[in-house]
Each structure stands twice: as C-alpha cells, then as structure tokens.
Design a binder for this molecule. Structure first.
Ligand code: ARG
Length: 468
C-alpha cells in the first residue's frame, strides 16, 4: 500500500488540487542542503543527549550522505505527495536507513525545522550579498579614482547647479552602498539565532541541548521563546527592507545611467553587452539593464510589502500562512544577487565622456554661487551678492555668453553694482578666476567636498575602510 504523508487520523484522501495547493516542495526544495545540515546537527545533539543511539546517528549520517549524492546527480525523486522539502528528505532517509530515519524527528517539528532552514539559507545569502556589495563598491571607487578631477554639472531639480567631479558623484553611490552593507551586517545578527528546539510551539519533553545545536550550526545563540521562534519571520522582513533600500539605490543610479546615456546628456556610454537594440529602429542602442533594474526594484518593494502583510494577521504561533514566506524571499535574494553581479561589471565598463560633461557644466552658469561667495568675501552681504549675480546671469543670457567668458568691464556692467550701491572696484581680474570650473572645484576643499584633493582622499579612505 502506498504510504500517505499523514496518518490513520485521516480517512479520506486529499484531492489533487488540494495537494498542489498545500504543497511547497516545488519551491522549498531549494532549502534541501540547509535542511540536511540542520537535521545532521539535530541528530548529533540527540545522540550526545542519548536520545538516539550512536548507531542511529551513524545511519542518519550515511543516509544523508547518500541523499546529498542523489541530489548532486539529479536523481533524487521529489514527490508532491510528500508536501515539502522536509518530508521528502525524511521519507527518503527512512527508505535508505530504516528505523534510524524514523527517529530523526524526535523532539523536533517542521515548524522549528523550517524556521531553522530559512535562517541558514538567508545567512548564506546575506554573506554572498555582502561580498557582491563590496565588489560593487570597488567598481565605483575604481572608476571614481580615474575621475577625481573630471568635471561634470552637479544638479538640483535636474537643473545645472554647481560643478562637481564625476568621481565625487560616483562616491555618493559608494556611500549609499556602504550603508547597505552595514544594514546587511546588522540584519545578519538577528538572522543568526537558532529556533530549533522550539518544536511545534511549546518546546519538547526530550533533554535537548539547544546551545550545542546552535554551536554545530554556527548560530550565535538559541532563540529565547519557543512561540516566537516558530511564528515570527521578522528577520526575513528585515532583510527584504534592507534589500529594498539597496534596490532603491540601484534604481537611482540606474535612472542616472539612463539619463547620462541619452544623447541629450551624452555623459557616458554603456558597453554594448549591457544594451539591446530595437526590432524596428536600426539605430537604437537601449540601456536595458539599468531600466530593468529600475523595474525590478518595484518587485522587491512588492515582496517587502507582501511579507509584512503576510504576518500582520497571524495569531501565535505557527500558521500555514508562513509557507508563503519563501517565494518572495527567494525572489528578493535572486533579484539582488543578479542585479549586483551585473552592475559591478557594468559600472567598471562605463565609458566616460569628459568633454560633454564639461560642455554641459559651462552651459549652466554653474559657477554663479562662486561669484556670489567671492563678492561676500569682499564685504558684500550675501543677499546683495545673490541679487547682483542674478543680474549678471540675466545679462549673460541676453548676450549669449557664459559667466567665465566675461571681461572685467562686462562683469562690472553685468552685476549692476552701482544700482545696488557698490563701486565697480569690487570687480578685478582676480575675481574672474573664481568663475573657472577648476577654481570652483578646488575651492570646496573640506571633508565631504568635491575638490579633487578631497575626492582623492575619499577614494583612499573608502579603500582602507572596506579593505578594497
Ligand atoms: N512547508 C511548511 C512551511 O513552509 C513547513 C512547516 C509546516 N508545518 C506545519 N505544521 N504544517 O512553513
């Protein structure tokens, strides 16, 4: 007789649809290696506590080794009838080693088992993501290093504001991703606690040693409350929140790459291998990768909000709702991992067009603030300087000139100093110096400023801090 997953308690079989509806094996089989790892630690602890015999432990170890081999060879037979990864592995173990396999589940429930598996999985992925973030930051820092004095327009409201260096601009993103790295490190602390031992919800009557299991699995400590251990998924939600922030940063960077690659900006070109063409317009080269990353950000936000919603109405302790935690979590991990892997390489391959950046900076009166600052340093109150320079900008507009193209006489006229009650002697050839892009950059020479000297130091400091 074919063995059903459940027991004599049931006297009618599930319909095929209900089986499919309740099963999770087709996605949670991804947890198999972690499930086996958790089971082996549990069995070791049970043997040490003399709940199972050393022979049972040896059998379980042998059976699990075979199962691992079958999985590696693609020969493991996953069965929908066995609902999930846990029951599939346990049933196969019992087929291989007999009664020892049936003893594995002593003092354990799938509720603490699955919570353990997800934590092992997520810890592994968070470590991988931290590595990828470091590679991404390294790419940004490497490109920034090559462009510590490449001038580009800094924008506010997407209008030219003040000159910055391209290196400085990229380091802004390096800062964001470094905070994302910190968030990953921080959420790892709360992932790395062992729920196993909570059993179904109330703990177990067997003399288990949860510290030992925690130690075997590399967890910092066991969780403190059995009900909480099996029911909460806040560690996964926290990860998705950190992932959402990370993707938000990726998305902003994507938006800029897309704008910069548009001929209207023409600041950069992306390597062909990250772009696609058009099926109708032969001239097209589209920045598909950053566009998709911007789109996939929405998908990660969706998973965050899905998981929050999944949890909000659940009474303690475990409910089957929790099975719905996996697909959003897996998809978040996959999206972040793929995105970071591609981006690190793409950033490294960006072709920068410094001439276009410079031209755009010159077109936007980007040094107007420098001129106002210089007048202030000659004794003019800032509000008056602001007004005088505003007039000068208007003058330039009317005459089709850039601020840096003005002669001393033109600048005197343009500032309308007399009307504001000042003498023309405020304007001398030295004042014209502040109107150059290089002069403007160099003048902002303090921590966090855009002066090439500062950017160089920021590059070095980031490399040192993150050991890049
Ligand atoms: N597949 C289940 C999940 O993902 C495992 C735990 C099932 N526990 C239970 N009592 N039905 O959450």
């Amino acid at each position: 007789k074919k063995q059903e997953a459940w027991s004599a308690r049931f006297n009618e079989p599930m319909s095929e649809l209900v089986k499919r509806y309740t099963a999770s094996v087709f996605f949670d089989k991804r947890l198999a290696q972690f499930d086996i790892q958790g089971s082996l630690a549990h069995a070791t602890m049970l043997a040490e506590a003399k709940v199972i015999s050393p022979q049972d432990l040896a059998s379980i170890e042998r059976g699990m080794a075979q199962i691992r081999q079958e999985m590696a060879d693609g020969e493991f037979q996953w069965q929908l009838d066995l609902e999930d990864v846990h029951l599939n592995i346990e049933r196969r173990l019992t087929e291989i080693v007999g009664d020892a396999g049936k003893r594995l589940h002593t003092g354990r429930s799938r509720n603490d088992q699955v919570a353990t598996d997800i934590r092992l999985f997520l810890r592994h992925e968070v470590d991988r993501i931290q590595g990828l973030l470091r590679t991404m930051i390294k790419s940004l820092v490497d490109v920034a290093d090559r462009h510590v004095d490449t001038v580009m327009p800094g924008f506010t409201h997407l209008q030219v504001a003040q000159p910055v260096t391209f290196g400085h601009h990229l380091l802004a993103y390096a800062e964001m991703f470094e905070r994302d790295l910190e968030r990953m490190q921080d959420c790892r602390k709360r992932i790395n606690r062992l729920p196993l031992g909570a059993a179904a919800l109330a703990g177990t009557t067997f003399p288990i040693n949860r510290h030992r299991t925690a130690q075997l699995l590399g967890f910092d400590e066991p969780t403190r409350n059995s009900l909480d251990s099996v029911s909460d998924r806040d560690f996964a939600i926290e990860f998705c929140a950190a992932a959402s922030l990370l993707m938000m940063h990726v998305s902003r960077l994507s938006e800029e790459l897309i704008l910069w690659m548009s001929p209207r900006f023409g600041f950069i070109d992306l390597p062909d291998r990250f772009c696609t063409g058009s099926s109708i317009m032969p001239q097209k080269k589209n920045p598909d990768v950053p566009e998709l990353a911007r789109g996939k950000t929405g998908r990660v936000y969706g998973h965050l909000s899905g998981l929050l919603t999944l949890m909000k109405g659940q009474p303690l302790a475990y409910n089957k709702d929790n099975q719905e935690d996996k697909e959003p979590l897996f998809d978040t991990v996959d999206t972040v991992v793929d995105t970071l892997t591609i981006f690190a390489e793409m950033i490294d391959g960006v072709r920068v067009k410094p001439d276009n950046m410079r031209r755009a900076t010159l077109e936007g009166y980007a040094t107007a603030t420098d001129l106002a600052d210089a007048l202030v340093k000659k004794g003019m109150p800032f509000r008056d300087a602001h007004e005088a320079v505003a007039r000068a900008v208007r003058y330039c507009d009317e005459h089709g000139l850039g601020l840096e193209q003005l002669t001393v006489e033109q600048l005197q006229e343009a500032l309308h100093l007399g009307e504001l009650g000042y003498g023309d002697e405020l304007v001398n050839p030295e004042l014209l110096g502040v109107l150059t892009l290089e002069g403007s950059l160099k003048a902002r020479n303090h921590i966090g400023g855009t002066a090439p000297e500062q950017v160089k130091q920021a590059v070095a400091a980031t490399r040192l801090r993150l050991k890049l």
